[in-house]
Design a protein around this ligand. Structure first.
Ligand code: ZN
Length: 585
């Protein structure tokens, strides 16, 4: 007969082995290769499906199709099996959205997320973290880029051995596409985001740039591109607790930095509010916490995966502990952004950073020397193995270059179909005129268009100058009326205000408005111009003045005669007129 002590001993002996065996069976691909490799698309999907089949609390779904016909995968984890947004919201859960492989060459988030789902969903560890939180996880966002797999996709990156490519099959960088939404993948993402309306969003990346000691840098938008109170809450409650937790786990972290002179830490640091074309800037503009994780490419892959995992775990715990705060603050931010109070504020955008205001910070870098390159004549930064703390100025005071007083409504003529469709992709609500209606609206006259002479994300960026004027204008049936009385008011304004660097106009959607399509032959205008001067002698004075102000143009006969043509009733009255009206009453 076995003794009681013996039985206890046996249980202790068997249990760890059993757990170990389960762990081994459920090792992720990355773990099973000792963090040397990251799984391909098919292996990832297979593992996701296996998790869902073997866990009561995990579901696998797909949220779209890529141009190369791959499904966009989504894992959902909810301890009450609330696998739809309606159920999760109704149950009062906070939704944590984690995204990986928007840049597939930077796959830490995929490998960390799979470990997180396996640990909670299969191994049953820390499931109390899911008491008030539903987690949705995109293991691979840019699925086509992910399968452009190889050794040579990220020069100088310390693992994994092979990885995917930065852009989509259409060579679009999804992390510049959140506003214009050109990529089918992004259009699917926007639908997903609208559907789940998450309470906290995390996007996972790897950064290159100068060498430093931090395994991970982060950016969490706290203003002025997001809701003031949300920003203050994150500043006070999330950031200090997160930095402390990461330090306890042995990971040095620091806010995501740029050096004022590329590669040269001694030149000082600067940081800017993120533009809404970027994931975390977009989410911030939608009144939600948007955390960017950037592990450092020179650190070993295992450290990058594990530090990402720790930050995911911290955020999950933090959100679970404070879920009521987040639900309330996010709701409050939505209510405020929809309110007349918000529209009374001047909306600021196109941020730059002050050159004079800075705070001193300690930056844990590596010593380095600068040599003059005998190959290029440039500066060659050579990092040395000695860790070094630099005392540096951090220029982080944001200055808005442009601002606008918001209207109550925008009105979009029906021919701008694509603008209306893309606004709807952003979850923006609108109504449509059911009959032709003449309305007094505020319009912009555009001038001084400057197109970039290079292509950026398939488009040549445009800047303009604007001048407001009032006009009674006929808007046909089918015109879209977009009220700013909705949580997306900031997104609406950033997309529709022509001065905004995130606007449809700046991405070239309205180029045709700036094209003169009717003109007069010079031989016709030579005689008409003379008749005009005869009837209105002051025209000649104005013409001479214009020539003096524009000596370059005055060299061109056609341009000079076009000046006269512009004064005739034949000239296109819609040229350079931004067609979207603003209604402020
Ligand atoms: Zn990236």
């Amino acid at each position: 007969m076995k003794s009681f002590v013996g039985i206890i001993f046996c249980i202790f002996l068997i249990l760890p082995i059993k757990i170990f065996a389960t762990d081994l069976k459920w090792a992720t691909y990355c773990e099973s290769t000792d963090y040397k490799r990251t799984p391909r698309y098919n292996e990832t999907i297979q593992f996701c499906k296996l998790l869902a089949e073997n866990s009561q609390i995990i579901a696998y779904k797909e949220f779209g199709i890529s141009p190369q016909r791959r499904s966009l995968p989504l894992l959902i984890m909810d301890k009450d099996r609330y696998f739809t947004a309606e159920q999760a919201h109704q149950a009062g859960k906070a939704i944590l959205m984690i995204q990986a492989c928007i840049h597939p060459g930077e796959p830490e988030g995929k490998d960390a997320g799979l470990i997180l789902f396996r640990n909670l969903g299969i191994l049953g560890r820390d499931t109390s973290l899911l008491r008030h939180v539903t987690v949705i996880f995109i293991p691979i966002f840019n699925v086509d880029g992910h399968e452009r797999f190889g050794h040579y996709n990220r020069i100088n990156q310390n693992g994994p051995e092979e990885m995917g490519w930065r852009t989509t099959a259409q060579n679009l960088n999804l992390n510049r596409d959140f506003m214009k939404a050109d990529a089918p993948e992004m259009q699917a993402w926007l639908r997903l985001f609208n559907y789940w309306n998450p309470d906290f969003f995390i996007d996972t990346h790897t950064t290159d740039g100068a060498d430093y000691q931090y395994a991970l840098t982060y950016s969490l938008e706290t203003g002025p591109n997001t809701d003031l109170f949300l920003g203050q809450y994150l500043q006070k409650h999330y950031i200090p607790a997160m930095e402390m937790y990461m330090a306890e786990k042995g990971y040095k972290v620091f806010p995501y930095v740029n050096f004022r002179q590329w590669h040269d830490p001694r030149s000082g640091l600067y940081s800017l509010p993120a533009s809404a074309m970027l994931s975390h800037g977009y989410v911030a503009a939608r009144n939600r916490p948007g955390l960017l994780i950037e592990t450092h490419m020179l650190k070993p892959y295992k450290i990058r995966v594990m530090s990402t995992l720790e930050l995911l775990q911290f955020t999950l715990k933090h959100l679970n502990d404070n879920y009521r705060d987040y639900l309330q603050i996010n709701h409050q931010a939505d209510t405020y952004t929809s309110s007349a109070e918000f529209r009374k504020q001047i909306l600021k955008f196109n941020f730059t950073v002050s050159n004079t205001d800075s705070v001193m910070v300690n930056f844990e870098g590596y010593d380095y020397k600068i040599e003059e390159s005998d190959l290029t004549g440039g500066k060659w930064f050579i990092y040395l193995p000695q860790a070094k703390v630099f005392r540096l100025p951090n220029f982080n005071k944001a200055i808005a270059q442009d601002s606008v007083l918001l209207p109550n409504y925008y009105i979009i003529p029906p021919e701008w179909t694509e603008i209306i469709r893309r606004l709807q992709l952003h979850g923006i609500k609108m109504e449509f005129l059911n009959q032709d209606t003449t309305l007094e609206v505020e319009l912009y006259r555009l001038s001084n268009p400057q197109w970039s002479n290079f292509s950026f994300e398939g488009r040549n960026r445009l800047t303009v100058k604007t001048e407001k004027f009032i006009e009674r204008r006929l808007y046909p049936a089918g015109s879209a009326i977009v009220s700013l009385e909705q949580p997306n008011a900031r997104i609406i304004a950033l997309l529709l205000e022509p001065l905004s660097s995130d606007s449809f106009l700046s991405w070239g959607f309205f180029n045709t408005v700036l094209e003169q399509k009717e003109y007069a032959e010079t031989y016709v205008m030579e005689s008409i111009a003379r008749q005009m001067i005869q009837q209105q002698p002051e025209l000649l004075v104005q013409f001479q003045a214009w020539k003096e102000q524009n000596p370059q143009m005055a060299k061109d006969q056609w341009i000079q005669l076009n000046w006269f043509y512009r004064q005739t009733p034949y000239f296109d009255q819609n040229l350079n007129k931004y067609p979207i009206g603003r209604i402020s009453h």
